[in-house]
Design a protein around this ligand. Sequence first.
Ligand code: HEC
Length: 136
Amino acid sequence: MKPRCLVVALGLAGGLLAADARAAPDAASLARGEQIYARCAACHAIEGNRTGPQHCGLFGRRAGTAPGYSAYSKAMRESQWVWDEKSLHVFLKDPMTALPGTSMGYAGVKDAAERSDLIAWLKVASHLGEACKPAP
Ligand code: HEC
């Protein structure tokens, strides 16, 4: 391997390690995320629909499709969004601007670090890869 290739390879490996560190949130940010979710709990739960749709199985799910939740706005049903870190950052920063017509009457989580902690916690708590049980 030429020295230049080695530098590139090391740089790539370093980048991957850094990405891994970001993908695995530390316990402190998960704890902060859980606290921030208290703001959502007025309307949401992980398991079970309330004023807002249940958050179990959120990651990778199409917006507006939580089982048994029938109060979605037209805007949400037709958004074509799929929930992941990126779309959650956009929506949760300012829901009513990001998705005009949404019925989520909430001003949003403006602080980017708070949003990151919240989304990291939500990713774990919503049971990655596991869908909601059908609503009773
Ligand atoms: C005042 C009640 C209320 C609060 C507070 C609230 N939400 Fe919502 N949320 C809703 C409603 C209602 C909807 C359905 C919106 C629609 O259909 O346009 C919704 C939808 C969502 C969705 C889309 C889910 C899906 O199944 O497509 C996500 C994600 C979400 N909320 C996350 C949050 C998070 C995270 C918080 C806290 C930072 C929060 N919400 C705070 C009422 C609320």
